[in-house]
Write a protein that binds this ligand. Structure first.
Ligand SMILES: Cc1ncc(COP(=O)(O)O)c(C=O)c1O
Length: 402
């Protein structure tokens, strides 16, 4: 399957390219690149506007992608699938269209310490603007959410915003259980699915979340396209996010009326090629099968944890139980700054991520400045882990670290 990813044929600094930063963005298979290329080459036209052949073709492919997304996450209806620019915009949409309308002074918003900034800052800012209470749930020594704190804080909450899986710790959160507790307290739940949807099957109706946000670019699709899933009755109750063309049903000098879902939230010409690319990415993932993808990742993660654990003074910041985690492994090598490590790995053609991974509150909580992260996806193999481990050992030698 690796042959489907042209970028992985590159040599970097004379070495085979080892891409270990898929938690930041995934690489794209030819099938996705070709689907987008085909649109621009053969039927580039705006959607839902022209009555001519290529506009009809574009509209058909565009609509077809929405149906693929709906089936992929098992939503009830295509009306519940809103296209956005990505997870960040999906969450901001909920913050503005639902939060600014329904969150009032004294209401409680609950989030967690392991959130990416995009599911933290919008709620922190909404709380500060409205006078709502902003509660943050911590983690235990196994890098899992502290369940008793979670249950205590959810009591009386109006919104719970939680990540399905952490981009730093790899922890997979029990979102189904969280939704149950939240709903027993009449709270609305937003799940950040940016890291979960590329890696294992997601069923929004089984989870019973109210909102689910994700990005196309982390699941083999292009950048610039993401999805907000929302339960229909909630989306109906919300005000539009952007105003303009397509999101209206009628416009008069003194008033306008909004289009039906999902168009009410999709003002202007949409990212057509990107939507088509996302559709192609879903087809590609479904052809392999999400369960198989998860199995492959568990095997690789297990191997990576085993190999990294053999390196003296290498600390894995996350659970070692592969059933409860993803293949995004954050680690620290005592005595080597993560940026220096990443630069040396780059010399060997290996790409890893360093820094705070857009999770500064978590780094502060764990008293860490910066960390290194290797993350795997469907195209990675055990030999990529071996290359990583060999290069870490090489870096230790260069830096004179034991
Ligand atoms: C858990 C999580 N949430 C949200 C995001 C933001 O996604 P995007 O930058 O595609 O909007 C990321 C990106 O790394 C993430 O890992």
């Amino acid at each position: 399957m690796k042959k489907d990813f042209p970028i992985l044929e590159r040599k970097i600094n004379g070495h085979d390219f080892v891409y270990l930063d898929s938690a930041a963005t995934s690489q794209k298979p030819r099938q996705v690149i070709e689907a987008m290329n085909d649109y621009y080459t053969n039927y580039n036209a705006n959607v839902h506007r022209g009555v001519y052949k290529i506009s009809e073709e574009a509209s058909e492919k565009y609509d077809d992608a929405r149906s693929k997304v709906k089936n992929f996450i098992n939503a009830s209806s295509e009306q519940e699938i809103i296209y956005t620019k990505g997870t960040t915009e999906s969450i901001n949409l909920v913050m503005r269209s639902w939060g600014e309308k329904f969150i009032k002074k004294g209401d409680k918003i609950v989030t967690t310490i392991m959130e990416h900034h995009s599911n933290f800052v919008p709620w922190q800012q909404l709380a500060s603007k409205t006078g709502a209470i902003f509660e943050v749930v911590g983690i235990n020594k196994n890098y899992e959410l502290d369940e008793s704190e979670l249950e205590r804080k959810i009591k009386g909450a109006k919104l719970v915003a939680v990540t399905h899986a952490s981009n730093v710790l790899g922890t997979i959160n029990p979102v189904e259980k969280i939704c149950k507790i939240a709903h027993d307290n009449d709270a609305v739940v937003l799940v950040d699915g940016a890291q979960s949807i590329p890696h294992f099957p997601v069923d929004v109706r089984k989870i019973d979340c109210d909102f689910f946000a994700f990005s196309g670019h982390k699941m083999l699709g292009p950048t610039g396209i993401g999805v907000l899933y929302g339960k229909k009755e909630l989306l109906e109750s919300m005000d539009p996010f952007n105003y303009g063309g397509d999101m209206i049903s009628e416009v008069h000098v003194d008033k306008s009326e909004w289009n039906k879902l999902p168009y009410k939230f999709e003002a202007g010409t949409p990212p057509i090629a990107e939507v088509i690319g996302l559709g192609a990415a879903i087809s590609y993932l479904e052809k392999i099968g999400m369960k198989k993808i998860r199995e492959h990742e568990k095997e690789l993660t297990n191997y990576a944890i085993e190999m990294l654990s053999k390196i003296k003074n290498c600390k894995i910041i996350g659970s070692v139980d592969v059933d409860k985690r993803l293949g995004a492994i954050t680690f620290d090598i005592a005595g080597i700054h993560p940026h220096d490590l990443a630069s040396l790995l780059n010399e060997k053609g290996i790409a890893i991520r360093t820094g705070h991974h857009c999770a500064m509150p978590l780094h502060e909580y764990l008293k860490l400045n910066a960390t290194a992260r290797a993350s795997f996806y469907i195209y990675n193999e055990k030999k990529d882990v071996d290359a990583l481990v060999d290069s870490i050992n090489y870096a230790k030698k260069i830096f004179g670290v034991k």
